[in-house]
Design a protein around this ligand. Structure first.
Ligand code: WT7
Length: 550
C-alpha cells in the first residue's frame, strides 16, 4: 500500500486491472493477456492501414503471441526489470506490439516520435541510459550518427532487417510475464518545459487503473466500437489512449500509419466504420478549412462519439463538427504528459459550453489558485492546479527529482497552465504560464529550438516564441541574431529551417524567422521571450524593470 493506492475510490476500482496477486500487476496482463482468459482471444484488436492502403489485422491472441516473442527476444538479450528500452518507429504494428513486449519483461518502455532528429534522440537516449532501441532501416541512420556517444546503448534492433525478423520468428510465443508491483515503472516519455533539455516523465503500472476509468467516462468506449485515436505513441495520448486503455477495454482499435490528409481521413472513417474518434483541434481546423462539400462525399454516419485533446478547441471548429456530424461534436479533454490521464473534460453527461474544457472528472480535484496556493474567485484567472496524489500521475522525472519537486507547491500540483473556472464549475483555458509552445497540438520547448538554431554556423543567438495561428494554434517563430559578416537572406532562413528539422525534429522547426540585431534579455542574461511575443503581437511590453536594456 502506498499513497497512490490507499484511497477508497480507487480501491473500489481495483477490478479495472488484472492482478496476479494482491501486490502484483503488470499492465500488459490487463491490456492483452486477460482477454484470452476471458474467452475473447479471437476478437479483433487492431486494424492497421498503411499509406498504400494495405490493411493488416490482429486478434488479441495474435498480439499476445507476438508480444511474447518480443519479450522472449529481449530477455535473451539480457534485458532486465527496470532497463529502459526505447521505440523509435513509425506507426507500424511493431510499435504497438513491442511496447507491450517490453513491458512484459518488466523493463520500462520509452517512445520517441519518428520525426525526431539526431540531437533530440541523443538527449533522450543519453538521459534515460537506454539499453536497447527498436527502429527501422530508414530511421536507423539518425541513431548511427550518435551511437558512439551512447555507451549505455547496447542494442539497436532493426525491425525490417532480415536477421532480426528470422531471430524473432524463432522465439517462443509463450512468455511468463514479469510480476511487477503497482509502483514499478511501466513507461516513460520526454516532454519539454521552458528551460533546459526535455524531461523524462515516468509512469507506473498502477496508473492504468485511472487511465481505464477516464477512458470509460471521456471516450464512452463500448464493446463493439471501432475506435480511432489519431495520436502517435511518440506522445502520451498515443500511449494511453491508443494502446493501453482501448485494448484493456477490449475495443477494436484502428491505426493509420500514413500522414494527415483530410480526404484520406474521411475515407478511412467511412471504410472502417469508425465509431469513436479521438483527435486534436489542429486536425479538426484543417478538416474544416477543406470545406463541407468534402464531408458529403463520404458516409460518416458510423461516428458515434468524438473527442479532442492537446490544445484549446475553439467554439468555431466545435460548432462546425456539430453541424457536419449531425449533432455529434468533439468533446474537449484536458490533460498533460505528467498527469497520465484525462483530468478535465466535456463528458457525455455535462451540458456543452462551447470553448470550455469542461469539468474535472469525478475523482479529480482541480482548482484555480493564485501564486500562494489560494483559490481565486469564480471567473478570475489563475494557475490551474490539481490536488495530488492520483494513480496515473507521473512518479518521477528521470534523474531529476528537483524538477519533479518543482511541480508541487502549497499542497498542489501546478500544471503550468493559466485558466478560469466559472460559477458552474466549468474550466476555461487561458494560456500557458511559461514559454512552452503548442504547435499542432505538440509541445515544443523554445530552448531546444534556440539550441538547434545556434548550432548553425553564423548564428550568434536566437529567441523562439509561439505565434498564434488560426489553424495550428501556434506556429514557431524564431528571432535570430547573425554574426556581423553573415548576410540575412531568405535562402539562409530556409537553411536554418532545414537544420532544425534535421537536428531537432521535423515538426519543431520555425515556420517564421526574423533576423534582428539584439535579443531582449534580463540583467542576468536570460532571453525575455515575453517581450519578443508582445512585440510580435503589437501588445504593450509591460514591466521591463529587470531588463538589461532595450
Ligand atoms: C499541455 C500538455 C495530448 C495529451 C495532452 C497533451 C495543453 C492539453 C488541452 C485542452 C487547452 C490543452 C496545455 C497542457 N492542452 N489539452 N483541452 N485545452 N490546452 O499533453 O503534450 O503534455 O501538453 O497541452 O497547455 O499543459 P502535453
Amino acid at each position: 500500500m502506498n499513497s497512490f493506492t490507499n484511497n477508497e475510490f480507487w480501491e473500489s476500482k481495483s477490478d479495472n486491472v488484472s492482478w496476479f496477486t494482491d501486490t502484483n500487476l503488470n499492465i500488459a496482463q490487463t491490456v492483452l493477456d486477460k482477454h484470452i482468459l476471458e474467452g475473447n482471444g479471437d476478437k479483433k484488436a487492431l486494424i492497421f492501414e498503411d499509406d498504400q492502403g494495405n490493411v493488416t489485422e490482429f486478434t488479441f491472441s495474435q498480439l499476445v503471441s507476438q508480444s511474447n516473442k518480443v519479450a522472449n527476444f529481449l530477455s535473451k538479450n539480457v534485458i532486465n526489470k527496470g532497463d529502459r528500452v526505447f521505440l523509435f518507429l513509425p506507426r507500424v504494428p511493431d510499435l504497438y506490439i513491442n511496447f507491450l513486449g517490453i513491458v512484459k519483461t518488466g523493463a520500462i518502455a520509452g517512445t520517441m516520435f519518428s520525426a525526431f532528429g539526431s540531437d533530440a534522440l541523443k538527449d533522450r537516449l543519453e538521459n534515460s541510459g537506454a539499453k536497447a532501441i527498436f527502429t527501422t532501416k530508414e530511421l536507423a541512420d539518425r541513431i548511427q550518427t550518435i551511437r558512439d556517444e551512447l555507451p549505455e546503448l547496447k542494442h539497436v534492433f532493426i525491425i525490417d532487417d532480415e536477421d532480426y525478423i528470422s531471430d524473432l520468428e524463432k522465439e517462443s510465443d509463450v512468455f511468463s510475464m514479469f510480476h511487477t508491483r503497482p509502483e514499478d515503472y511501466a513507461f516513460m516519455l520526454y516532454t519539454s518545459g521552458t528551460t533546459g533539455k526535455p524531461k523524462g516523465i515516468v509512469h507506473a503500472h498502477y496508473g492504468l487503473i485511472q487511465q481505464i476509468e477516464s477512458a470509460k467516462i471521456c471516450l464512452d468506449l463500448k464493446d463493439d466500437d471501432i475506435y480511432w485515436c489519431t495520436a502517435d505513441p511518440g506522445w502520451v495520448t498515443g500511449i494511453v489512449y491508443s494502446i493501453l486503455t482501448n485494448l484493456s477495454l477490449g475495443v477494436t482499435t484502428f491505426i493509420h500509419s500514413g500522414r494527415f490528409d483530410p480526404e484520406k481521413w474521411y475515407s478511412l472513417i467511412a471504410k472502417h466504420k469508425i465509431t469513436v474518434w479521438y483527435t486534436a483541434p489542429t486536425a479538426i481546423r484543417m478538416l474544416m478549412a477543406k470545406g463541407d462539400a468534402l464531408t458529403e462525399k463520404y458516409d460518416l454516419s458510423s461516428l458515434r462519439y468524438l473527442a479532442s485533446v492537446g490544445e484549446p478547441l475553439n467554439p468555431e471548429p466545435l460548432l462546425w463538427s456539430k453541424k457536419i456530424f449531425k449533432g455529434k461534436y468533439f468533446h474537449d479533454t484536458w490533460w498533460q504528459t505528467e498527469t497520465g490521464s484525462i483530468m478535465i473534460a466535456n463528458t457525455p453527461e455535462i451540458e456543452l459550453k462551447p470553448g470550455s474544457m469542461g469539468k474535472p472528472l469525478p475523482f479529480v480535484t482541480a482548482e484555480i489558485i493564485d501564486d500562494d496556493g489560494n483559490p481565486v474567485a469564480a471567473g478570475e484567472e489563475g494557475n490551474l492546479a490539481i490536488k495530488p496524489p492520483w494513480p496515473s500521475m507521473m512518479r518521477t522525472v528521470w534523474q531529476n527529482t528537483e524538477k519533479y519537486d518543482s511541480y508541487f507547491k502549497n499542497g498542489w500540483y501546478i500544471s503550468g497552465d493559466r485558466a478560469k473556472k466559472d460559477e458552474e464549475g466549468y474550466f476555461w483555458f487561458v494560456g500557458r504560464a511559461d514559454d512552452v509552445i503548442k504547435t499542432s497540438g505538440e509541445r515544443v520547448g523554445p530552448f531546444e529550438v534556440e539550441s538547434a538554431l545556434i548550432s548553425f554556423e553564423g548564428v550568434v543567438e536566437a529567441g523562439v516564441i509561439g505565434k498564434p495561428d488560426d489553424i495550428r494554434g501556434e506556429i514557431i517563430k524564431a528571432f535570430v541574431v547573425l554574426k556581423p559578416d553573415v548576410d540575412a537572406t531568405e535562402e539562409l532562413k530556409t537553411k536554418l529551417q532545414e537544420h532544425v528539422k534535421k537536428h531537432l525534429a521535423g515538426h519543431a522547426y520555425p515556420r517564421e524567422i526574423e533576423f534582428i540585431d539584439k535579443l531582449p534579455k534580463t540583467r542576468s542574461g536570460k532571453i525575455m521571450r515575453r517581450i519578443l511575443k508582445a512585440k510580435e503581437l503589437g501588445q504593450p511590453i509591460g514591466d521591463t524593470s529587470t531588463l538589461e536594456e532595450y
